[in-house]
Ligand binder design. Structure first.
Ligand SMILES: Nc1ncnc2c1ncn2[C@@H]1O[C@H](COP(=O)(O)OP(=O)(O)O)[C@@H](O)[C@H]1O
Ligand SMILES: [Mg+2]
Length: 148
């Protein structure tokens, strides 16, 4: 039986390569609602940034998505929607998180993808989609869409 990408991710998927992870994220990108917050949970190296790279691919965004050393978030505009990529790892305080003013830059339709979402609870809307990433003992990466 053919199942859609969200159902597959909800059941949990494992990938062997970053390329495979990006391809899944790119497929999922098309299933996202117009204005979507995506909270990416997982340890360092679990594939959060790789997932965002896949989202960008899916949105037709060609510029590279990286883990910036000094910025908390990067805005990418694309032909279908804009992608705001936040990496909250280096945020030091709740105040710093509040001061980001991202909403001023979000133009619908947008996707706000957040690494380390627990550090910026104020930016994670109630309708956010939560994705958990893990490295398995055998080196594969697992991806699971939580909730709905
Ligand atoms: N199956 C896989 N899925 C995602 N990343 C993988 C996979 N296999 C190897 N990798 C590698 O693991 C690393 C994941 O890094 P990254 O996406 O930056 O993680 P995070 O943002 O969670 O710290 C990358 O170097 C990527 O190439
Ligand atoms: Mg990262």
């Amino acid at each position: 039986m053919a199942t859609n990408i969200s159902d597959r991710l909800r059941a949990g998927v494992t990938t062997r390569t970053a390329e495979e992870t990006r391809a899944l994220a790119a497929e999922w990108a098309a299933a996202l609602p117009a204005d979507a917050t995506v909270a990416l949970h997982g340890d360092l190296g679990s594939g959060k940034t790789t997932w965002v790279q896949g989202l960008a691919l899916g949105f037709g965004i060609n510029e590279p998505v990286t883990s910036p050393a000094f910025t908390i978030y990067t805005l990418h505009s694309g032909p279908e929607r804009m992608l705001a990529h936040m990496d909250a790892y280096r945020l030091r305080s709740a105040q710093e998180a509040e001061d980001l003013l991202i909403e001023e830059f979000l133009v619908s339709p947008w996707c706000l993808a957040v690494e380390w979402p627990d550090r910026v609870p104020g930016w994670i809307s109630r309708d956010a989609l939560h994705v958990g990433l893990e490295i398995e003992a055998d080196g594969r990466h697992s991806i699971r869409l939580r909730g709905r």
